[in-house]
Ligand binder design. Structure first.
Ligand code: AMP
Ligand code: ZN
Length: 117
């Protein structure tokens, strides 16, 4: 059920401490950890503790938690002393989403092309 931990979800397992991750920040509602395959010098994932498959469904069901994810993304960037960063929510396999638990990629530390690929 949406909002509940999913047995087959990698990020639910990271939230539960069942899969290790390099956690950089935690709040009551979110966890932020290093991406295992970084695409920039700073590449941190911010996830809600609750399970929703993508950012829009999280925002529809739990808007305050979606706001927490965005606030934490800003805090990750601030901790890396940068005002230039990108927050990415890949949504759908055609857009590169591989883990279907909502997550924000926070990318910084190099030039970020626009438009993205
Ligand atoms: P996406 O492709 O947008 O769904 O993003 C999923 C991200 O999760 C990718 O950037 C992966 O590198 C990252 N990832 C996959 N497994 C792990 C893991 N065990 N710990 C940290 N990051 C992971
Ligand atoms: Zn999950």
């Amino acid at each position: 059920m949406a909002g509940q931990p999913q047995d087959d979800c990698l990020f639910c397992k990271i939230v539960a401490g069942e899969v290790p991750a390099t956690i950089v920040r935690e709040t009551e509602t979110t966890v932020a950890f290093q991406d295992i395959n970084p695409q920039a010098p700073t590449h941190v994932l911010v996830i809600p503790r609750v399970h929703y498959p993508d950012a829009a469904s999280l925002a529809a069901a739990a808007p305050e938690v979606a706001a927490d994810v965005l606030r934490e993304a800003g805090q990750v960037a601030a901790a890396h002393d940068t005002q230039s960063y990108r927050i990415v929510f890949n949504t759908g396999s055609g857009a590169g989403q591989t883990v279907f638990h909502a997550h924000a990629h926070v990318l910084a530390g190099r030039g970020l092309q626009w438009p993205p690929g």
